[in-house]
Design a protein around this ligand. Structure first.
Ligand code: SAM
Ligand code: SF4
Length: 325
Protein backbone atom coordinates (compact mmCIF):
# COMPACT_ATOMS: atom_id res chain seq x y z
CA UNK A 1 0.00 0.00 0.00
CA UNK A 2 2.98 2.28 0.50
CA UNK A 3 3.28 3.04 -3.18
CA UNK A 4 -0.43 3.36 -3.88
CA UNK A 5 -2.88 1.33 -5.94
CA UNK A 6 -1.28 -1.30 -8.13
CA UNK A 7 -1.78 -0.55 -11.80
CA UNK A 8 -0.79 -2.12 -15.11
CA UNK A 9 2.69 -1.93 -16.68
CA UNK A 10 4.47 -1.68 -13.33
CA UNK A 11 2.81 1.57 -12.32
CA UNK A 12 1.32 2.55 -8.95
CA UNK A 13 -1.39 5.16 -8.55
CA UNK A 14 -1.18 7.46 -5.54
CA UNK A 15 -2.76 10.59 -6.96
CA UNK A 16 -6.51 10.87 -7.57
CA UNK A 17 -8.28 13.74 -9.27
CA UNK A 18 -11.90 14.04 -8.24
CA UNK A 19 -14.36 16.17 -10.16
CA UNK A 20 -16.91 17.68 -7.76
CA UNK A 21 -19.18 19.03 -10.50
CA UNK A 22 -19.55 18.93 -14.26
CA UNK A 23 -20.98 22.46 -14.26
CA UNK A 24 -19.00 25.53 -15.19
CA UNK A 25 -19.53 29.28 -15.50
CA UNK A 26 -17.07 29.44 -18.45
CA UNK A 27 -17.12 27.77 -21.87
CA UNK A 28 -13.41 27.69 -22.74
CA UNK A 29 -12.83 26.99 -26.42
CA UNK A 30 -10.35 24.17 -25.78
CA UNK A 31 -12.65 22.49 -23.26
CA UNK A 32 -16.31 22.87 -24.22
CA UNK A 33 -18.45 23.45 -27.29
CA UNK A 34 -20.09 26.89 -27.41
CA UNK A 35 -23.45 25.54 -26.31
CA UNK A 36 -21.90 23.78 -23.32
CA UNK A 37 -22.39 20.07 -22.66
CA UNK A 38 -25.40 18.22 -21.20
CA UNK A 39 -25.30 18.59 -17.43
CA UNK A 40 -26.00 16.06 -14.72
CA UNK A 41 -28.78 16.47 -12.17
CA UNK A 42 -27.94 16.90 -8.48
CA UNK A 43 -29.17 13.38 -7.78
CA UNK A 44 -26.68 11.95 -10.27
CA UNK A 45 -23.55 13.46 -8.73
CA UNK A 46 -21.64 12.35 -5.66
CA UNK A 47 -22.71 14.09 -2.46
CA UNK A 48 -19.97 15.52 -0.24
CA UNK A 49 -20.66 12.62 2.15
CA UNK A 50 -20.06 10.24 -0.77
CA UNK A 51 -16.78 11.97 -1.60
CA UNK A 52 -15.61 11.81 2.02
CA UNK A 53 -16.32 8.09 2.11
CA UNK A 54 -14.51 7.72 -1.21
CA UNK A 55 -11.52 9.67 0.12
CA UNK A 56 -11.31 7.48 3.23
CA UNK A 57 -11.33 4.36 1.05
CA UNK A 58 -8.68 5.82 -1.26
CA UNK A 59 -6.53 6.61 1.77
CA UNK A 60 -6.80 2.96 2.91
CA UNK A 61 -5.63 1.96 -0.58
CA UNK A 62 -2.45 4.02 -0.32
CA UNK A 63 -3.50 7.19 -2.15
CA UNK A 64 -1.57 10.19 -0.80
CA UNK A 65 -2.73 13.05 -2.90
CA UNK A 66 -6.12 14.37 -4.00
CA UNK A 67 -6.93 17.13 -6.42
CA UNK A 68 -10.44 18.57 -6.63
CA UNK A 69 -11.50 19.88 -9.98
CA UNK A 70 -14.58 20.23 -12.15
CA UNK A 71 -16.24 21.71 -14.22
CA UNK A 72 -15.62 24.65 -11.97
CA UNK A 73 -15.43 23.40 -8.35
CA UNK A 74 -16.38 26.78 -6.85
CA UNK A 75 -19.69 26.71 -8.73
CA UNK A 76 -20.76 23.94 -6.38
CA UNK A 77 -22.34 25.15 -3.17
CA UNK A 78 -20.35 24.64 0.02
CA UNK A 79 -17.18 23.50 -1.73
CA UNK A 80 -14.91 25.23 0.79
CA UNK A 81 -16.79 23.94 3.88
CA UNK A 82 -16.43 20.50 2.30
CA UNK A 83 -12.65 20.99 1.95
CA UNK A 84 -12.50 22.12 5.58
CA UNK A 85 -14.25 18.96 6.68
CA UNK A 86 -12.00 16.79 4.54
CA UNK A 87 -8.91 18.46 6.03
CA UNK A 88 -10.08 17.88 9.56
CA UNK A 89 -11.14 14.25 9.00
CA UNK A 90 -8.28 13.22 6.71
CA UNK A 91 -5.38 15.52 7.57
CA UNK A 92 -2.73 13.28 5.99
CA UNK A 93 -3.81 13.84 2.41
CA UNK A 94 -1.99 16.38 0.27
CA UNK A 95 -4.94 18.31 -1.17
CA UNK A 96 -4.95 20.58 -4.21
CA UNK A 97 -7.61 22.36 -6.25
CA UNK A 98 -7.87 23.39 -9.90
CA UNK A 99 -10.11 26.37 -10.64
CA UNK A 100 -10.78 29.05 -13.22
CA UNK A 101 -10.33 31.55 -10.38
CA UNK A 102 -13.43 33.62 -11.10
CA UNK A 103 -15.30 32.76 -7.89
CA UNK A 104 -12.47 32.25 -5.39
CA UNK A 105 -12.02 35.77 -4.02
CA UNK A 106 -14.55 35.51 -1.15
CA UNK A 107 -13.05 32.16 -0.11
CA UNK A 108 -9.37 33.05 -0.37
CA UNK A 109 -8.76 33.57 3.36
CA UNK A 110 -10.44 30.31 4.37
CA UNK A 111 -8.52 28.49 1.64
CA UNK A 112 -5.27 29.99 2.92
CA UNK A 113 -6.09 28.80 6.44
CA UNK A 114 -6.46 25.26 5.09
CA UNK A 115 -2.82 25.15 3.99
CA UNK A 116 -3.61 23.35 0.77
CA UNK A 117 -0.86 21.74 -1.23
CA UNK A 118 -1.67 24.00 -4.17
CA UNK A 119 -4.31 25.93 -6.04
CA UNK A 120 -3.94 25.93 -9.80
CA UNK A 121 -5.71 28.77 -11.55
CA UNK A 122 -6.31 28.64 -15.30
CA UNK A 123 -5.24 31.87 -16.99
CA UNK A 124 -5.02 31.91 -20.77
CA UNK A 125 -4.70 35.59 -21.55
CA UNK A 126 -4.01 38.95 -19.89
CA UNK A 127 -6.02 40.86 -22.48
CA UNK A 128 -9.66 41.26 -21.36
CA UNK A 129 -11.19 40.90 -24.85
CA UNK A 130 -9.09 37.93 -25.69
CA UNK A 131 -9.76 36.34 -22.33
CA UNK A 132 -13.46 36.71 -22.99
CA UNK A 133 -13.04 35.25 -26.47
CA UNK A 134 -11.16 32.18 -25.22
CA UNK A 135 -13.41 31.52 -22.21
CA UNK A 136 -16.56 32.79 -23.98
CA UNK A 137 -18.12 33.87 -20.65
CA UNK A 138 -15.17 34.81 -18.46
CA UNK A 139 -14.27 38.19 -17.00
CA UNK A 140 -10.50 38.63 -16.68
CA UNK A 141 -10.86 41.17 -13.84
CA UNK A 142 -12.57 38.69 -11.53
CA UNK A 143 -9.86 36.09 -12.17
CA UNK A 144 -7.02 38.55 -11.46
CA UNK A 145 -8.80 39.63 -8.27
CA UNK A 146 -9.10 35.97 -7.34
CA UNK A 147 -5.39 35.35 -7.95
CA UNK A 148 -4.45 38.43 -5.89
CA UNK A 149 -6.70 37.36 -3.01
CA UNK A 150 -5.26 33.84 -3.05
CA UNK A 151 -1.69 35.14 -3.05
CA UNK A 152 -2.46 37.64 -0.26
CA UNK A 153 -3.87 34.78 1.82
CA UNK A 154 -0.68 32.69 1.49
CA UNK A 155 -2.07 30.10 -0.88
CA UNK A 156 0.40 28.16 -3.03
CA UNK A 157 -0.83 29.39 -6.42
CA UNK A 158 0.13 28.06 -9.83
CA UNK A 159 -1.12 29.43 -13.13
CA UNK A 160 -2.09 27.06 -15.93
CA UNK A 161 -2.08 28.32 -19.51
CA UNK A 162 -3.20 26.23 -22.45
CA UNK A 163 -1.09 27.63 -25.29
CA UNK A 164 -2.98 28.00 -28.56
CA UNK A 165 -1.57 29.27 -31.82
CA UNK A 166 -3.41 32.37 -32.96
CA UNK A 167 -5.20 32.74 -29.59
CA UNK A 168 -2.56 33.46 -26.96
CA UNK A 169 0.83 32.14 -28.10
CA UNK A 170 2.18 35.68 -28.45
CA UNK A 171 1.51 36.39 -24.76
CA UNK A 172 4.25 34.23 -23.28
CA UNK A 173 6.49 37.20 -22.30
CA UNK A 174 3.55 39.00 -20.62
CA UNK A 175 2.39 35.88 -18.81
CA UNK A 176 5.92 35.26 -17.54
CA UNK A 177 6.18 38.87 -16.30
CA UNK A 178 2.77 38.61 -14.65
CA UNK A 179 3.69 35.35 -12.87
CA UNK A 180 7.02 36.79 -11.70
CA UNK A 181 5.39 39.94 -10.36
CA UNK A 182 2.83 37.89 -8.43
CA UNK A 183 5.48 35.44 -7.23
CA UNK A 184 3.63 32.41 -8.64
CA UNK A 185 4.62 29.56 -10.92
CA UNK A 186 3.44 29.59 -14.53
CA UNK A 187 2.82 26.27 -16.26
CA UNK A 188 2.22 25.97 -19.98
CA UNK A 189 0.02 23.13 -21.19
CA UNK A 190 -0.29 21.59 -24.63
CA UNK A 191 -3.77 21.65 -26.12
CA UNK A 192 -5.03 18.07 -25.87
CA UNK A 193 -7.27 16.53 -28.55
CA UNK A 194 -9.89 15.11 -26.23
CA UNK A 195 -13.07 16.28 -27.84
CA UNK A 196 -13.46 16.52 -31.62
CA UNK A 197 -16.11 19.21 -31.20
CA UNK A 198 -13.52 21.60 -29.77
CA UNK A 199 -10.22 20.32 -31.20
CA UNK A 200 -8.40 22.77 -33.46
CA UNK A 201 -5.38 21.06 -34.92
CA UNK A 202 -3.93 24.28 -36.27
CA UNK A 203 -3.94 25.83 -32.81
CA UNK A 204 -1.69 23.15 -31.30
CA UNK A 205 1.62 24.42 -29.94
CA UNK A 206 4.15 21.81 -28.81
CA UNK A 207 6.21 22.29 -25.68
CA UNK A 208 9.31 22.33 -27.87
CA UNK A 209 7.87 25.31 -29.76
CA UNK A 210 6.97 26.99 -26.45
CA UNK A 211 10.60 26.60 -25.31
CA UNK A 212 11.80 28.01 -28.64
CA UNK A 213 9.50 30.99 -28.11
CA UNK A 214 10.80 31.88 -24.64
CA UNK A 215 11.97 35.50 -24.41
CA UNK A 216 15.74 35.62 -23.75
CA UNK A 217 15.75 31.91 -24.58
CA UNK A 218 19.45 31.44 -23.79
CA UNK A 219 18.79 32.36 -20.14
CA UNK A 220 16.37 29.47 -19.56
CA UNK A 221 17.94 26.22 -18.45
CA UNK A 222 16.19 22.89 -17.81
CA UNK A 223 16.01 21.65 -14.23
CA UNK A 224 16.61 18.03 -13.36
CA UNK A 225 13.37 16.12 -12.86
CA UNK A 226 12.42 15.50 -9.26
CA UNK A 227 11.43 12.07 -7.95
CA UNK A 228 9.33 13.43 -5.14
CA UNK A 229 5.77 12.30 -4.54
CA UNK A 230 4.41 15.61 -5.64
CA UNK A 231 6.31 15.74 -8.90
CA UNK A 232 3.89 15.68 -11.78
CA UNK A 233 4.22 15.48 -15.50
CA UNK A 234 5.71 18.98 -15.76
CA UNK A 235 9.28 19.65 -16.76
CA UNK A 236 10.76 22.81 -15.33
CA UNK A 237 13.02 25.51 -16.69
CA UNK A 238 14.73 28.19 -14.65
CA UNK A 239 15.81 31.64 -15.75
CA UNK A 240 19.47 32.04 -14.79
CA UNK A 241 19.16 35.78 -14.27
CA UNK A 242 15.83 36.21 -12.52
CA UNK A 243 15.55 32.76 -10.90
CA UNK A 244 11.99 32.47 -12.23
CA UNK A 245 10.79 28.92 -12.85
CA UNK A 246 8.48 27.80 -15.64
CA UNK A 247 6.62 24.48 -15.89
CA UNK A 248 5.79 22.85 -19.22
CA UNK A 249 3.33 19.99 -19.61
CA UNK A 250 3.85 18.02 -22.81
CA UNK A 251 0.86 15.71 -22.48
CA UNK A 252 0.71 15.23 -26.23
CA UNK A 253 4.20 15.56 -27.73
CA UNK A 254 6.23 13.82 -24.99
CA UNK A 255 3.58 11.96 -23.08
CA UNK A 256 4.41 10.59 -19.66
CA UNK A 257 2.15 7.52 -19.64
CA UNK A 258 4.93 5.16 -18.46
CA UNK A 259 5.12 7.03 -15.15
CA UNK A 260 1.51 8.16 -14.86
CA UNK A 261 0.41 7.86 -11.21
CA UNK A 262 -3.12 9.24 -11.70
CA UNK A 263 -6.63 8.02 -11.45
CA UNK A 264 -9.63 10.23 -12.18
CA UNK A 265 -13.13 10.08 -10.76
CA UNK A 266 -15.93 12.02 -12.42
CA UNK A 267 -18.61 13.83 -10.44
CA UNK A 268 -21.08 11.02 -11.14
CA UNK A 269 -18.68 8.49 -9.67
CA UNK A 270 -17.05 6.98 -12.72
CA UNK A 271 -13.46 5.85 -12.26
CA UNK A 272 -11.39 6.74 -15.32
CA UNK A 273 -7.91 5.24 -15.42
CA UNK A 274 -6.88 7.39 -18.40
CA UNK A 275 -7.92 10.90 -19.42
CA UNK A 276 -8.32 9.84 -23.04
CA UNK A 277 -10.04 6.50 -22.50
CA UNK A 278 -13.81 6.80 -22.35
CA UNK A 279 -14.18 3.46 -20.59
CA UNK A 280 -14.98 3.96 -16.93
CA UNK A 281 -16.30 1.93 -14.01
CA UNK A 282 -19.01 3.34 -11.82
CA UNK A 283 -18.52 3.32 -8.06
CA UNK A 284 -21.81 5.09 -7.42
CA UNK A 285 -23.80 2.17 -6.03
CA UNK A 286 -20.86 1.00 -3.88
CA UNK A 287 -20.54 4.56 -2.60
CA UNK A 288 -24.22 5.00 -1.88
CA UNK A 289 -24.30 1.60 -0.11
CA UNK A 290 -21.18 2.63 1.85
CA UNK A 291 -19.70 -0.70 0.81
CA UNK A 292 -15.91 -0.40 1.15
CA UNK A 293 -15.29 -3.88 -0.26
CA UNK A 294 -17.13 -3.22 -3.52
CA UNK A 295 -15.54 0.21 -3.75
CA UNK A 296 -12.01 -1.15 -3.32
CA UNK A 297 -12.71 -3.92 -5.80
CA UNK A 298 -13.97 -1.56 -8.51
CA UNK A 299 -11.17 0.97 -8.03
CA UNK A 300 -8.51 -1.77 -8.02
CA UNK A 301 -9.94 -3.28 -11.23
CA UNK A 302 -9.99 0.14 -12.92
CA UNK A 303 -6.37 0.76 -11.90
CA UNK A 304 -5.27 -2.58 -13.37
CA UNK A 305 -7.13 -1.71 -16.55
CA UNK A 306 -5.12 1.49 -17.12
CA UNK A 307 -3.99 1.49 -20.76
CA UNK A 308 -0.28 1.45 -21.45
CA UNK A 309 -0.52 4.81 -23.18
CA UNK A 310 -3.24 7.17 -24.33
CA UNK A 311 -2.09 6.79 -27.92
CA UNK A 312 -3.19 3.15 -27.73
CA UNK A 313 -6.72 3.53 -26.39
CA UNK A 314 -9.86 3.33 -28.44
CA UNK A 315 -10.91 6.93 -27.96
CA UNK A 316 -14.45 8.14 -27.98
CA UNK A 317 -15.88 11.55 -27.41
CA UNK A 318 -15.03 12.87 -23.99
CA UNK A 319 -15.49 16.28 -22.46
CA UNK A 320 -12.64 17.66 -20.37
CA UNK A 321 -15.15 19.55 -18.24
CA UNK A 322 -16.65 16.23 -17.20
CA UNK A 323 -13.35 14.57 -16.30
CA UNK A 324 -11.63 17.56 -14.80
CA UNK A 325 -8.40 17.83 -16.75
N1 SAM B 1 -12.59 24.79 -14.31
C1 SAM B 1 -11.33 24.53 -13.73
C2 SAM B 1 -10.22 25.18 -14.54
O1 SAM B 1 -10.48 25.64 -15.64
O2 SAM B 1 -9.09 25.22 -14.04
C3 SAM B 1 -11.04 23.07 -13.52
C4 SAM B 1 -11.43 22.12 -14.60
S1 SAM B 1 -10.53 22.28 -16.12
C5 SAM B 1 -11.24 20.98 -17.10
C6 SAM B 1 -8.95 21.66 -15.62
C7 SAM B 1 -7.79 22.01 -16.52
O3 SAM B 1 -7.98 21.39 -17.78
C8 SAM B 1 -7.62 23.49 -16.79
O4 SAM B 1 -6.31 23.88 -16.44
C9 SAM B 1 -7.82 23.62 -18.27
O5 SAM B 1 -7.03 24.63 -18.82
C10 SAM B 1 -7.43 22.24 -18.76
N2 SAM B 1 -7.98 21.88 -20.05
C11 SAM B 1 -9.27 21.82 -20.43
N3 SAM B 1 -9.37 21.39 -21.70
C12 SAM B 1 -8.11 21.17 -22.15
C13 SAM B 1 -7.54 20.71 -23.38
N4 SAM B 1 -8.29 20.37 -24.42
N5 SAM B 1 -6.20 20.60 -23.45
C14 SAM B 1 -5.42 20.92 -22.41
N6 SAM B 1 -5.89 21.33 -21.22
C15 SAM B 1 -7.21 21.47 -21.09
FE1 SF4 C 1 -14.83 25.50 -17.37
FE2 SF4 C 1 -12.35 24.87 -16.67
FE3 SF4 C 1 -13.45 23.84 -18.90
FE4 SF4 C 1 -12.84 26.41 -18.84
S1 SF4 C 1 -11.38 24.70 -18.67
S2 SF4 C 1 -14.78 25.53 -19.56
S3 SF4 C 1 -13.23 26.95 -16.76
S4 SF4 C 1 -14.10 23.44 -16.84
Amino acid sequence: MERGIESSFGRYLNYVRISVTDRCNFRCRYCMPSGGVPILSHEEIMSYEDILFLAKTLSSMGVKRLRFTGGEPFVRKDFVPFLERLRSELPDFAVAVTTNGSLVKPWAKRLGDLGLDGISVSLDSLKPDRFRNITRLGDLGSVIEGIDALVDSSNAVKLNTVMMKGFNDDELPDLLDFAREKGVLLRLIEFMPLDSEVWLENAFVSVDDMIDGLPDGELWIPERPSDSLTSGPSVYYRNRTTGQRLGLIAAVSHHFCDRCNRLRITSDGEVRPCLFDVRGRSVMSALRDRCSEALVETIAAAALDKPECWTKVARGESHMSRIGG
